[in-house]
Design a protein around this ligand. Structure first.
Ligand SMILES: NC(=O)c1ccc[n+]([C@@H]2O[C@H](COP(=O)([O-])OP(=O)(O)OC[C@H]3O[C@@H](n4cnc5c(N)ncnc54)[C@H](OP(=O)(O)O)[C@@H]3O)[C@@H](O)[C@H]2O)c1
Length: 371
């Protein structure tokens, strides 16, 4: 028995060693000449924002089911910072053990359709669209047809570029919490990328919203519709006498017991996240705490609910309508050029963005490759 375990461990060790040292990416296969170059953000190694370089790569070609988009804007998300740094759990999940397998970054996009594959029926060249497209931190990107919707004419590209992951996460999370008009909803982490959407979407669905944020964001969350604001530097929301039908928790910095205390008897705590973008201390214990709360609540009336954001065109269409009617207005903290992506990521990783950080891509502008 002991011998078999030792053999399995040894085999795993050898496999891990080989897998680690053979983990490679495009950067190791230098291409001499590009047929159709475009500029893109490339990361050859895992690390801090300095690993992000503006380089020339081959312009992508859409397959039969894809749409080629001329990118006008993209926004940064928590996951981009994670992919850039490559914490061990992400590497084990397939981003590459030693080096990032995919060397390009970006998830959210807004831009103009340049070409479509032969099976694409919903879009044509010239359409202005937004949604999700892997590797959108580039001049051009290919996206699945069902990951896009038409951008409303009254919404700017920079705003539409915010309507991807963060907005879907907020919408789908509030639905996970079975939000109803008139309910009392508390949003912990209300002032960042996801939180500013959650506040506005919850208001548009008729909830009474209490937003939790730091002192200098109090005015911001009030301005986007929060009915009540708790400054977490002055007050612990879990000590409140108020009871909430739902806690939408972007931070996960309180125990199950503390959160249960302020939920109604059949209230739901939606476990949306673990705080600000960037790899920081305490994240693993927040993940562990959320997971334990989820499991422990299976047999109780109060539920702690996990969920994973899914790319659904029908949800993007809901967001498009909320943007078009002005019921939701993306909060843009700062806008950077594509060549300034490393600086933008550095800012996002400080962990106190007021809404979204956006990258604009202007093809007519000559961006220096040395930056
Ligand atoms: N479930 C999913 O599939 C999914 C998908 C995308 C994102 N997420 C999660 O969503 C979370 C938020 O992402 P994001 O894009 O909104 O990040 P973000 O833009 O960096 O914002 C995070 C916000 O958290 C706030 N914060 C930090 N510590 C806090 C505390 N102790 N109390 C209250 N607020 C605090 C910060 O505001 P202050 O400056 O006021 O401190 C910041 O505005 C992430 O943890 C991510 O994992 C989940």
């Amino acid at each position: 028995m002991k011998r078999s375990a030792a053999v399995i461990l040894l085999a795993l060790g050898v496999w891990g060693f080989i897998a680690y040292w053979t983990s490679t990416n495009d950067c190791d296969r230098k291409v001499t000449a590009l047929n159709n170059p475009m500029k893109a953000i490339v990361q050859c190694e895992y690390g801090g924002p300095d690993v992000l370089k503006l380089e020339e790569v081959e312009k992508p070609v859409p397959n039969d089911n894809q749409v080629l988009i001329k990118v006008r804007a993209a926004s940064l998300n928590f996951i981009d910072a994670g992919i850039m740094r490559g914490p061990i759990p992400l590497r084990l999940m397939g981003t590459g053990l030693r080096k990032p397998t995919k060397t390009m970054l970006g998830q959210d996009v807004a831009g103009q359709v340049e070409a479509v594959g032969k099976n694409v029926t919903q879009f044509k060249p010239g359409d202005e669209v937004f949604g999700l497209a892997r590797h959108s931190l580039a001049e051009y990107v290919c996206a699945r047809e069902r990951a896009l919707v038409i951008k409303p004419a009254n919404v700017k590209f920079e705003q539409a570029a915010c309507g991807g992951i963060a907005a879907l996460t907020a919408l789908q999370g509030l639905r996970t919490g079975k939000i109803q008009p008139g309910q009392k909803v508390l949003i912990n982490g209300a002032s960042g990328g996801v939180g500013t959407f959650a506040v506005q979407i919850a208001k548009s669905l008729g909830a009474e919203v209490t937003a939790v944020c730091s002192t200098n964001k109090v005015d911001l969350v009030r301005s986007i519709g929060a009915d009540h604001v708790i400054d977490y530097t002055k007050e612990d929301f879990t000590k409140s006498e108020q009871r909430y039908d739902m806690i939408y928790d972007n931070v996960g910095n309180h125990s199950r017991a503390e959160r249960s205390r302020i939920l109604t008897s059949n209230g739901i705590c939606v476990l949306a996240g673990i705080g600000s973008a960037g790899v920081r201390e305490g994240q693993l214990s927040r993940i562990g705490g959320n997971f334990t709360a989820f499991l422990a609540s299976r047999s109780s009336r109060q539920k702690f609910q996990m969920y994973r954001t899914k790319v659904k065109q029908e949800d993007l269409a809901v967001l498009r309508d909320l943007l078009a009617t002005g019921n939701v207005t993306p909060v843009i903290d700062r806008t950077y050029k594509l060549s300034e992506t490393a600086e933008a990521m550095r800012y996002l990783e400080q962990g106190h963005a007021r809404g979204k950080v956006v990258i604009t891509v202007q093809q007519d502008e000559q961006v220096s490759l040395s930056q």
